[in-house]
Write a protein that binds this ligand. Structure first.
Ligand code: R5P
Length: 273
């Protein structure tokens, strides 16, 4: 791996744990002003110092994130469909590598829609993006989208989507936790991070999801709604950090959540790179 590409990977995956706590705030690209992300700047600003990377689109980056930040940026570069369409898989590359370079990003990200009507297009776009990423030493994260077809969130399907993404050259893959997740990890030669999906019933459920994913081989999380739709988003993010970086048990992470709710500390417990 080229030095520049390796350096960008290690900005996101902290050397001490090899893992990352990525904050996902890209939902508006197809969902519009998602609940509690309506004012993106207000949502992002208090969370940013506690995230190892921030995943978003160029519009929200330019308008809602202060350029003094040192938090690595994972730039979503695919889009083209909204929740108004039945078929969310009709995406293309919507941001050039040139603009990604201009924005000084640490990685670019796009959705791949294995098993969808536009499977072929999304896979060819991924391969093309990897070629461009290699040329500029910018890692590519493939996002194994499940769209509205949540029943596809099973190990056989996700293992296929993750492996295909890695075979086409993705340097990092974002997927979903599922029963049999270790099979997904075993079949994927590049680091996997897990999304949270729609807000779960409790903070414990989201923390357990992260604990299970890390125990079964994930290199971190790329989580959104279970953090910023929480009533205590910073405390939630810190609790998740303890899982991802400090081998905390679910009980210990819940203690972090309670402590941070009561007495917030200024900085994350694990130093960022
Ligand atoms: C989909 O909109 C994006 O890829 C999200 O970044 C991803 O689903 C992670 O966010 P959440 O944890 O809210 O699912």
């Amino acid at each position: 791996m080229d030095w520049g590409l390796a350096n960008r990977m290690h900005r996101m995956l902290l050397p001490a744990s090899g893992n990352t706590v990525m904050l996902a705030v890209d939902h508006g690209y197809f969902m519009g002003p998602t609940h509690r992300l309506e004012d993106a700047r207000a949502t992002i600003t208090p969370l940013l110092p506690h995230a190892d990377a921030l995943a978003l689109t160029r519009g929200i980056l330019r308008h809602s994130v202060d350029p003094t930040t040192s938090t690595p940026i994972v730039l979503r570069v695919s889009g083209g469909a909204t929740v108004l369409q039945d078929d969310l898989s009709h995406e293309a590359l919507t941001t050039s590598m040139r603009d990604a370079v201009r924005l000084n990003v640490s990685a670019v990200a796009m959705s791949v829609f294995v098993g969808s009507p536009h499977e072929h297009d999304s896979l060819v776009h991924l391969a093309d993006l990897v070629d461009q990423g290699e040329e500029h030493s910018i890692p590519v994260m493939a996002i194994t989208a499940v769209g509205k077809e949540l029943e596809k969130r099973d190990a056989r399907y996700l293992a296929l989507a993750c492996r295909v993404s890695a075979e086409l050259g993705a340097h990092l893959v974002k997927t979903y936790y599922c029963d049999g997740f270790s099979k997904v990890v075993e079949g994927c030669p590049v680091p996997l991070v897990v999304a949270g999906g729609p807000k779960l019933d409790s903070a414990r459920a989201a923390i357990e999801l992260a604990r299970h994913a890390i125990d079964e081989g994930a290199h971190g999380i790329d989580m959104g709604r279970n953090i910023w739709q929480s009533d205590h988003p910073v405390a939630m993010l810190k609790a998740l950090r303890s899982i991802v970086h400090e081998k905390a048990t679910v009980r210990e992470a819940l203690d972090v959540l309670e402590t941070e709710r009561a007495h917030p500390t200024a900085r994350p417990p694990v130093a960022t790179a």
